[in-house]
Design a protein around this ligand. Structure first.
Ligand code: HEC
Ligand code: HEC
Length: 367
Protein backbone atom coordinates (compact mmCIF):
# COMPACT_ATOMS: atom_id res chain seq x y z
CA UNK A 1 0.00 0.00 0.00
CA UNK A 2 2.55 2.54 1.18
CA UNK A 3 4.79 1.25 -1.54
CA UNK A 4 2.18 1.98 -4.23
CA UNK A 5 1.69 5.50 -2.94
CA UNK A 6 5.45 5.94 -2.84
CA UNK A 7 5.67 4.66 -6.41
CA UNK A 8 2.93 7.01 -7.45
CA UNK A 9 4.77 9.87 -5.81
CA UNK A 10 7.92 8.97 -7.68
CA UNK A 11 6.03 8.83 -10.96
CA UNK A 12 4.36 12.13 -10.11
CA UNK A 13 7.68 13.75 -9.22
CA UNK A 14 9.22 12.39 -12.39
CA UNK A 15 6.38 13.68 -14.54
CA UNK A 16 6.45 17.10 -12.92
CA UNK A 17 10.20 17.25 -13.39
CA UNK A 18 10.04 16.27 -17.06
CA UNK A 19 7.24 18.70 -17.78
CA UNK A 20 9.26 21.42 -16.05
CA UNK A 21 12.27 20.61 -18.19
CA UNK A 22 10.02 20.44 -21.22
CA UNK A 23 8.51 23.81 -20.44
CA UNK A 24 11.81 25.49 -19.83
CA UNK A 25 13.02 24.28 -23.24
CA UNK A 26 10.00 25.94 -24.74
CA UNK A 27 10.33 29.70 -24.48
CA UNK A 28 7.24 29.84 -26.69
CA UNK A 29 5.20 28.73 -23.72
CA UNK A 30 4.51 32.38 -23.07
CA UNK A 31 1.93 31.90 -25.78
CA UNK A 32 0.37 28.79 -24.34
CA UNK A 33 -2.88 30.60 -23.64
CA UNK A 34 -3.19 31.67 -27.26
CA UNK A 35 -5.53 29.24 -28.97
CA UNK A 36 -5.45 29.10 -32.72
CA UNK A 37 -8.93 29.29 -34.17
CA UNK A 38 -9.19 28.52 -37.88
CA UNK A 39 -12.32 27.73 -39.89
CA UNK A 40 -12.65 24.10 -41.00
CA UNK A 41 -12.85 25.21 -44.63
CA UNK A 42 -10.48 28.08 -45.40
CA UNK A 43 -11.96 31.50 -46.06
CA UNK A 44 -12.33 32.57 -49.66
CA UNK A 45 -9.35 34.85 -50.24
CA UNK A 46 -9.48 35.13 -54.01
CA UNK A 47 -12.89 36.72 -54.42
CA UNK A 48 -13.21 40.28 -53.19
CA UNK A 49 -16.57 41.82 -52.51
CA UNK A 50 -17.29 45.11 -54.27
CA UNK A 51 -20.57 46.98 -54.78
CA UNK A 52 -20.49 45.79 -58.40
CA UNK A 53 -19.92 42.11 -57.71
CA UNK A 54 -16.80 40.08 -57.06
CA UNK A 55 -13.26 40.75 -58.26
CA UNK A 56 -11.26 37.56 -58.81
CA UNK A 57 -7.72 37.99 -57.51
CA UNK A 58 -6.42 34.57 -58.46
CA UNK A 59 -4.70 35.65 -61.65
CA UNK A 60 -3.18 38.70 -59.93
CA UNK A 61 -1.47 36.78 -57.17
CA UNK A 62 1.43 35.17 -58.95
CA UNK A 63 2.49 32.97 -56.02
CA UNK A 64 -0.70 30.98 -56.27
CA UNK A 65 -0.32 30.32 -60.01
CA UNK A 66 -4.01 31.05 -60.43
CA UNK A 67 -4.94 28.12 -58.19
CA UNK A 68 -7.70 29.41 -55.90
CA UNK A 69 -7.45 26.62 -53.36
CA UNK A 70 -3.69 27.07 -53.04
CA UNK A 71 -4.09 30.82 -52.57
CA UNK A 72 -6.69 30.24 -49.84
CA UNK A 73 -4.35 27.86 -48.01
CA UNK A 74 -1.32 30.13 -48.41
CA UNK A 75 -3.29 33.13 -47.16
CA UNK A 76 -4.56 31.08 -44.20
CA UNK A 77 -0.97 30.27 -43.23
CA UNK A 78 0.02 33.89 -43.90
CA UNK A 79 -2.73 35.10 -41.59
CA UNK A 80 -1.45 32.90 -38.75
CA UNK A 81 2.13 34.12 -39.29
CA UNK A 82 0.94 37.74 -39.46
CA UNK A 83 -0.65 37.49 -36.01
CA UNK A 84 1.90 35.17 -34.39
CA UNK A 85 4.09 36.85 -31.78
CA UNK A 86 6.55 33.97 -32.17
CA UNK A 87 7.89 35.82 -35.17
CA UNK A 88 9.51 38.36 -32.85
CA UNK A 89 12.62 37.43 -30.92
CA UNK A 90 10.98 37.61 -27.49
CA UNK A 91 7.43 36.64 -28.47
CA UNK A 92 6.18 40.12 -27.71
CA UNK A 93 4.96 41.55 -31.01
CA UNK A 94 3.42 40.31 -34.23
CA UNK A 95 2.77 42.18 -37.45
CA UNK A 96 -0.75 42.68 -36.11
CA UNK A 97 0.57 44.53 -33.04
CA UNK A 98 1.38 47.56 -35.19
CA UNK A 99 -1.02 46.90 -38.07
CA UNK A 100 -4.44 46.91 -36.40
CA UNK A 101 -7.33 45.76 -38.59
CA UNK A 102 -9.88 48.07 -36.96
CA UNK A 103 -7.63 51.00 -37.87
CA UNK A 104 -7.27 49.94 -41.50
CA UNK A 105 -4.13 48.01 -40.43
CA UNK A 106 -2.44 51.20 -39.22
CA UNK A 107 -1.51 52.02 -35.63
CA UNK A 108 -3.27 54.76 -33.68
CA UNK A 109 0.05 56.04 -32.35
CA UNK A 110 2.48 58.49 -33.95
CA UNK A 111 5.20 55.86 -33.72
CA UNK A 112 4.76 52.17 -32.94
CA UNK A 113 6.39 50.12 -30.23
CA UNK A 114 8.67 47.27 -31.26
CA UNK A 115 9.79 44.11 -29.44
CA UNK A 116 12.13 45.91 -27.03
CA UNK A 117 9.79 48.79 -26.27
CA UNK A 118 11.67 51.05 -28.66
CA UNK A 119 9.72 53.22 -31.06
CA UNK A 120 9.78 52.96 -34.83
CA UNK A 121 11.26 55.98 -36.64
CA UNK A 122 8.25 56.39 -38.88
CA UNK A 123 4.49 56.22 -38.62
CA UNK A 124 3.04 52.78 -39.36
CA UNK A 125 1.54 52.60 -42.84
CA UNK A 126 -1.96 51.28 -43.28
CA UNK A 127 -2.39 48.07 -45.25
CA UNK A 128 -4.92 47.72 -48.05
CA UNK A 129 -4.47 47.14 -51.74
CA UNK A 130 -0.76 46.42 -51.33
CA UNK A 131 -1.03 44.61 -54.64
CA UNK A 132 -1.92 47.96 -56.14
CA UNK A 133 1.26 49.75 -55.11
CA UNK A 134 4.25 50.26 -57.35
CA UNK A 135 6.52 50.25 -54.31
CA UNK A 136 6.23 49.82 -50.56
CA UNK A 137 7.30 51.72 -47.43
CA UNK A 138 7.46 55.47 -46.96
CA UNK A 139 10.68 55.55 -48.99
CA UNK A 140 9.57 52.99 -51.60
CA UNK A 141 12.42 50.69 -50.60
CA UNK A 142 10.62 47.44 -51.39
CA UNK A 143 9.04 46.58 -54.70
CA UNK A 144 6.25 44.34 -53.46
CA UNK A 145 4.90 42.16 -50.68
CA UNK A 146 7.19 39.26 -51.58
CA UNK A 147 10.24 41.46 -51.19
CA UNK A 148 9.11 43.20 -48.00
CA UNK A 149 7.29 40.52 -46.05
CA UNK A 150 10.17 39.46 -43.81
CA UNK A 151 11.85 42.84 -43.45
CA UNK A 152 9.96 43.68 -40.22
CA UNK A 153 10.84 40.28 -38.75
CA UNK A 154 14.58 40.99 -38.93
CA UNK A 155 14.27 44.72 -38.21
CA UNK A 156 16.16 45.59 -35.04
CA UNK A 157 13.37 47.86 -33.81
CA UNK A 158 10.30 46.02 -35.01
CA UNK A 159 10.63 42.28 -34.36
CA UNK A 160 14.36 41.73 -33.82
CA UNK A 161 14.88 38.19 -35.11
CA UNK A 162 18.59 37.60 -35.54
CA UNK A 163 18.77 35.09 -38.35
CA UNK A 164 16.89 33.08 -40.88
CA UNK A 165 17.84 29.89 -39.04
CA UNK A 166 16.37 31.24 -35.82
CA UNK A 167 13.10 32.11 -37.55
CA UNK A 168 12.78 28.78 -39.33
CA UNK A 169 13.67 26.84 -36.15
CA UNK A 170 11.08 28.70 -34.09
CA UNK A 171 8.32 28.16 -36.61
CA UNK A 172 9.34 24.51 -37.09
CA UNK A 173 9.02 23.63 -33.44
CA UNK A 174 5.56 25.13 -33.11
CA UNK A 175 3.13 22.29 -33.54
CA UNK A 176 0.33 24.00 -35.45
CA UNK A 177 2.56 24.98 -38.37
CA UNK A 178 3.43 21.63 -40.03
CA UNK A 179 -0.14 20.90 -41.21
CA UNK A 180 -0.59 24.50 -42.39
CA UNK A 181 2.61 24.37 -44.47
CA UNK A 182 1.55 21.01 -45.81
CA UNK A 183 -1.80 22.32 -46.99
CA UNK A 184 -0.31 25.44 -48.54
CA UNK A 185 2.80 23.96 -50.13
CA UNK A 186 2.24 20.20 -50.34
CA UNK A 187 5.00 19.48 -47.82
CA UNK A 188 5.37 20.23 -44.14
CA UNK A 189 8.99 21.28 -44.50
CA UNK A 190 9.42 24.81 -43.21
CA UNK A 191 11.62 27.21 -45.15
CA UNK A 192 12.17 30.94 -45.16
CA UNK A 193 10.96 31.08 -48.76
CA UNK A 194 7.60 29.56 -47.85
CA UNK A 195 7.18 31.85 -44.84
CA UNK A 196 7.84 34.83 -47.11
CA UNK A 197 5.41 33.66 -49.76
CA UNK A 198 2.62 32.91 -47.30
CA UNK A 199 2.82 36.35 -45.67
CA UNK A 200 3.02 38.00 -49.10
CA UNK A 201 -0.04 36.11 -50.31
CA UNK A 202 -2.00 37.17 -47.22
CA UNK A 203 -0.96 40.82 -47.77
CA UNK A 204 -1.87 40.63 -51.44
CA UNK A 205 -5.37 39.42 -50.63
CA UNK A 206 -6.03 42.47 -48.41
CA UNK A 207 -8.04 44.28 -51.00
CA UNK A 208 -10.39 47.04 -49.90
CA UNK A 209 -12.87 47.90 -52.60
CA UNK A 210 -16.22 48.02 -50.86
CA UNK A 211 -16.50 51.55 -49.51
CA UNK A 212 -19.32 54.01 -50.09
CA UNK A 213 -17.07 55.73 -52.61
CA UNK A 214 -16.85 52.46 -54.58
CA UNK A 215 -20.63 52.16 -54.45
CA UNK A 216 -20.89 55.66 -55.92
CA UNK A 217 -23.42 56.59 -53.26
CA UNK A 218 -22.24 60.02 -52.25
CA UNK A 219 -24.44 62.67 -50.71
CA UNK A 220 -24.17 66.22 -52.10
CA UNK A 221 -21.51 67.29 -49.58
CA UNK A 222 -19.37 64.22 -50.31
CA UNK A 223 -19.85 64.68 -54.05
CA UNK A 224 -18.59 68.25 -53.71
CA UNK A 225 -15.61 66.83 -51.81
CA UNK A 226 -14.85 64.34 -54.61
CA UNK A 227 -15.04 67.13 -57.10
CA UNK A 228 -12.57 69.23 -55.12
CA UNK A 229 -10.32 66.17 -54.69
CA UNK A 230 -10.19 65.69 -58.44
CA UNK A 231 -9.91 69.30 -59.41
CA UNK A 232 -9.43 72.48 -57.38
CA UNK A 233 -7.66 70.88 -54.41
CA UNK A 234 -5.18 69.03 -56.72
CA UNK A 235 -5.27 65.85 -54.63
CA UNK A 236 -5.84 63.43 -57.46
CA UNK A 237 -2.74 64.55 -59.27
CA UNK A 238 -1.00 62.31 -56.78
CA UNK A 239 -3.42 60.11 -54.80
CA UNK A 240 -5.06 57.34 -56.75
CA UNK A 241 -8.38 55.89 -55.77
CA UNK A 242 -8.32 53.05 -58.24
CA UNK A 243 -8.70 49.31 -58.33
CA UNK A 244 -5.69 47.06 -58.25
CA UNK A 245 -4.93 46.09 -61.79
CA UNK A 246 -1.49 44.97 -62.77
CA UNK A 247 -1.06 44.37 -66.45
CA UNK A 248 1.93 42.73 -68.09
CA UNK A 249 3.21 46.14 -69.14
CA UNK A 250 3.40 47.23 -65.50
CA UNK A 251 0.97 49.29 -63.55
CA UNK A 252 -2.40 50.12 -64.98
CA UNK A 253 -4.99 52.08 -63.10
CA UNK A 254 -8.24 53.18 -64.63
CA UNK A 255 -8.81 56.05 -62.25
CA UNK A 256 -5.65 58.10 -62.15
CA UNK A 257 -1.92 57.64 -62.49
CA UNK A 258 0.15 57.04 -59.39
CA UNK A 259 3.25 59.12 -59.37
CA UNK A 260 5.29 57.25 -56.83
CA UNK A 261 6.83 59.81 -54.51
CA UNK A 262 6.57 63.55 -53.89
CA UNK A 263 7.66 66.34 -51.58
CA UNK A 264 4.59 68.07 -50.15
CA UNK A 265 6.34 70.88 -48.28
CA UNK A 266 6.03 69.55 -44.76
CA UNK A 267 9.31 71.21 -43.78
CA UNK A 268 11.88 73.64 -45.07
CA UNK A 269 14.59 71.22 -44.02
CA UNK A 270 13.74 67.59 -43.55
CA UNK A 271 15.17 65.59 -40.65
CA UNK A 272 14.14 62.39 -42.45
CA UNK A 273 14.73 62.86 -46.16
CA UNK A 274 12.73 59.84 -47.32
CA UNK A 275 13.77 58.80 -50.82
CA UNK A 276 15.85 61.98 -50.93
CA UNK A 277 15.17 65.68 -50.50
CA UNK A 278 12.09 65.06 -48.37
CA UNK A 279 10.14 63.08 -50.96
CA UNK A 280 8.00 60.26 -49.64
CA UNK A 281 5.79 57.54 -51.07
CA UNK A 282 2.36 58.86 -51.97
CA UNK A 283 0.25 56.88 -49.54
CA UNK A 284 -2.92 55.02 -50.26
CA UNK A 285 -5.93 56.88 -48.87
CA UNK A 286 -8.15 53.83 -48.45
CA UNK A 287 -9.76 53.88 -44.99
CA UNK A 288 -7.89 57.12 -44.29
CA UNK A 289 -10.45 58.36 -41.74
CA UNK A 290 -9.36 55.58 -39.38
CA UNK A 291 -5.62 55.36 -40.15
CA UNK A 292 -4.30 58.47 -38.36
CA UNK A 293 -2.02 59.98 -37.21
CA UNK A 294 -0.89 61.08 -40.66
CA UNK A 295 2.32 61.58 -42.67
CA UNK A 296 5.61 59.68 -42.44
CA UNK A 297 6.26 61.16 -39.02
CA UNK A 298 2.65 61.05 -37.83
CA UNK A 299 2.71 64.81 -37.22
CA UNK A 300 -1.00 65.42 -37.94
CA UNK A 301 -3.64 63.87 -35.76
CA UNK A 302 -6.66 64.85 -37.85
CA UNK A 303 -7.67 65.08 -41.49
CA UNK A 304 -8.66 68.65 -40.79
CA UNK A 305 -4.98 69.42 -40.10
CA UNK A 306 -3.91 67.55 -43.24
CA UNK A 307 -6.34 69.54 -45.38
CA UNK A 308 -5.19 72.81 -43.78
CA UNK A 309 -1.61 71.83 -44.60
CA UNK A 310 -2.43 71.61 -48.31
CA UNK A 311 -4.68 74.66 -48.12
CA UNK A 312 -2.32 77.10 -46.44
CA UNK A 313 0.57 75.35 -44.69
CA UNK A 314 3.05 74.36 -47.43
CA UNK A 315 6.63 75.21 -46.57
CA UNK A 316 8.85 76.15 -49.43
CA UNK A 317 11.88 74.02 -50.18
CA UNK A 318 13.85 73.30 -53.34
CA UNK A 319 12.27 69.88 -53.80
CA UNK A 320 8.65 70.99 -53.35
CA UNK A 321 6.49 69.31 -55.97
CA UNK A 322 5.97 71.71 -58.95
CA UNK A 323 2.23 71.06 -58.82
CA UNK A 324 2.09 73.34 -55.78
CA UNK A 325 3.68 76.30 -57.58
CA UNK A 326 2.17 79.08 -59.63
CA UNK A 327 3.73 80.00 -62.98
CA UNK A 328 5.83 82.69 -61.27
CA UNK A 329 7.23 80.15 -58.79
CA UNK A 330 5.25 81.29 -55.76
CA UNK A 331 3.38 78.70 -53.72
CA UNK A 332 -0.24 78.09 -54.66
CA UNK A 333 -2.86 78.79 -52.05
CA UNK A 334 -5.89 76.57 -52.51
CA UNK A 335 -8.18 79.14 -50.88
CA UNK A 336 -10.67 76.50 -49.84
CA UNK A 337 -13.70 77.82 -48.01
CA UNK A 338 -14.81 76.34 -44.70
CA UNK A 339 -17.60 74.51 -46.54
CA UNK A 340 -15.12 73.09 -49.06
CA UNK A 341 -12.72 71.90 -46.38
CA UNK A 342 -15.55 70.09 -44.61
CA UNK A 343 -16.71 68.60 -47.92
CA UNK A 344 -13.22 67.29 -48.67
CA UNK A 345 -13.08 65.67 -45.26
CA UNK A 346 -16.56 64.19 -45.74
CA UNK A 347 -15.44 62.76 -49.08
CA UNK A 348 -12.34 61.17 -47.50
CA UNK A 349 -14.61 59.46 -44.97
CA UNK A 350 -16.43 57.68 -47.81
CA UNK A 351 -13.20 55.74 -48.48
CA UNK A 352 -13.72 53.75 -45.29
CA UNK A 353 -14.56 50.15 -46.11
CA UNK A 354 -16.40 48.79 -43.08
CA UNK A 355 -16.54 45.26 -44.45
CA UNK A 356 -12.75 45.20 -44.90
CA UNK A 357 -11.89 46.42 -41.42
CA UNK A 358 -14.26 43.88 -39.87
CA UNK A 359 -13.68 40.96 -42.25
CA UNK A 360 -13.02 37.79 -40.19
CA UNK A 361 -10.64 36.47 -42.85
CA UNK A 362 -8.17 39.24 -41.96
CA UNK A 363 -8.75 39.08 -38.21
CA UNK A 364 -6.54 37.71 -35.47
CA UNK A 365 -6.94 33.91 -35.40
CA UNK A 366 -5.43 33.59 -31.90
CA UNK A 367 -7.96 34.01 -29.13
C1 HEC B 1 6.80 47.62 -34.47
C2 HEC B 1 5.73 47.92 -35.42
C3 HEC B 1 5.63 47.11 -36.69
C4 HEC B 1 5.61 45.74 -36.82
C5 HEC B 1 5.76 44.69 -35.73
C6 HEC B 1 5.40 45.48 -38.23
N1 HEC B 1 5.28 46.65 -38.92
FE1 HEC B 1 4.86 46.87 -40.88
N2 HEC B 1 5.24 48.82 -40.78
C7 HEC B 1 5.56 49.50 -39.63
C8 HEC B 1 6.05 50.83 -39.96
C9 HEC B 1 6.55 51.89 -38.96
C10 HEC B 1 5.99 50.94 -41.37
C11 HEC B 1 6.46 52.09 -42.21
C12 HEC B 1 7.99 51.96 -42.22
C13 HEC B 1 8.66 52.70 -43.33
O1 HEC B 1 8.04 52.94 -44.36
O2 HEC B 1 9.85 53.01 -43.19
C14 HEC B 1 5.48 49.64 -41.84
C15 HEC B 1 5.24 49.35 -43.19
C16 HEC B 1 4.74 48.14 -43.63
C17 HEC B 1 4.33 47.86 -45.00
C18 HEC B 1 4.38 48.80 -46.17
C19 HEC B 1 2.99 49.28 -46.53
C20 HEC B 1 3.00 50.22 -47.67
O3 HEC B 1 1.92 50.60 -48.15
O4 HEC B 1 4.07 50.61 -48.15
C21 HEC B 1 3.91 46.56 -45.03
C22 HEC B 1 3.36 45.81 -46.24
C23 HEC B 1 4.06 46.03 -43.69
N3 HEC B 1 4.55 47.02 -42.86
C24 HEC B 1 3.78 44.73 -43.34
C25 HEC B 1 4.21 44.17 -42.14
C26 HEC B 1 4.30 42.73 -41.88
C27 HEC B 1 3.94 41.63 -42.86
C28 HEC B 1 4.77 42.59 -40.61
C29 HEC B 1 5.09 41.31 -39.87
C30 HEC B 1 6.03 40.40 -40.52
C31 HEC B 1 4.94 43.95 -40.07
N4 HEC B 1 4.61 44.86 -41.02
C32 HEC B 1 5.34 44.21 -38.77
C33 HEC B 1 5.46 49.02 -38.34
C34 HEC B 1 5.45 47.66 -38.03
C1 HEC C 1 2.24 66.35 -55.10
C2 HEC C 1 1.53 65.16 -54.74
C3 HEC C 1 0.42 65.27 -53.70
C4 HEC C 1 -0.71 66.05 -53.74
C5 HEC C 1 -1.11 67.06 -54.80
C6 HEC C 1 -1.48 65.70 -52.55
N1 HEC C 1 -0.81 64.78 -51.82
FE1 HEC C 1 -1.44 63.99 -50.09
N2 HEC C 1 0.36 63.07 -49.83
C7 HEC C 1 1.39 63.07 -50.76
C8 HEC C 1 2.57 62.51 -50.17
C9 HEC C 1 3.93 62.31 -50.83
C10 HEC C 1 2.23 62.20 -48.84
C11 HEC C 1 3.17 61.65 -47.76
C12 HEC C 1 4.03 62.82 -47.30
C13 HEC C 1 4.93 62.54 -46.12
O1 HEC C 1 4.56 61.82 -45.20
O2 HEC C 1 6.05 63.10 -46.11
C14 HEC C 1 0.82 62.54 -48.68
C15 HEC C 1 0.07 62.31 -47.53
C16 HEC C 1 -1.29 62.52 -47.43
C17 HEC C 1 -2.11 62.08 -46.34
C18 HEC C 1 -1.64 61.27 -45.13
C19 HEC C 1 -1.88 59.80 -45.38
C20 HEC C 1 -1.32 58.92 -44.30
O3 HEC C 1 -1.62 57.72 -44.34
O4 HEC C 1 -0.53 59.37 -43.46
C21 HEC C 1 -3.39 62.47 -46.61
C22 HEC C 1 -4.61 62.21 -45.76
C23 HEC C 1 -3.36 63.18 -47.86
N3 HEC C 1 -2.06 63.20 -48.33
C24 HEC C 1 -4.45 63.76 -48.47
C25 HEC C 1 -4.34 64.64 -49.53
C26 HEC C 1 -5.39 65.53 -49.94
C27 HEC C 1 -6.76 65.60 -49.32
C28 HEC C 1 -4.89 66.25 -50.99
C29 HEC C 1 -5.54 67.37 -51.73
C30 HEC C 1 -5.95 68.48 -50.87
C31 HEC C 1 -3.53 65.79 -51.23
N4 HEC C 1 -3.24 64.83 -50.32
C32 HEC C 1 -2.70 66.27 -52.21
C33 HEC C 1 1.31 63.58 -52.05
C34 HEC C 1 0.36 64.48 -52.48
Amino acid sequence: MTKTIFNKLIVFAFLSFTSLVYMSCQPDRVLKDAVLNLPSTPFDYTNVKTPNGLIDLSSMISNGFGDEKKIDEEATLGRVLFYDKLLSINNSVSCGSCHNQKLGFADGAQFSTGFANKKTHRNTLSLANTLDEIALFWDSRAADAQEMSLMPVFDHLEMGMESEEMLVAKVAKTEYYAPLFDKAFGSSEITKGKITTAIATFLNTMVSKNSRFDAGKLNPEEALGLNLFQDKALCMNCHSLGVPQRSSGGYNNHFSPIRGTANIGLDKIYADEGVGGGSFRIPNLRNVSVTGPYMHDGRYTSLEQVIEHYNSGLRDNAQLDPIFRNANGSIKKLNLTQVEKKALEAFLATLTDDSFIADPKFSNPFN
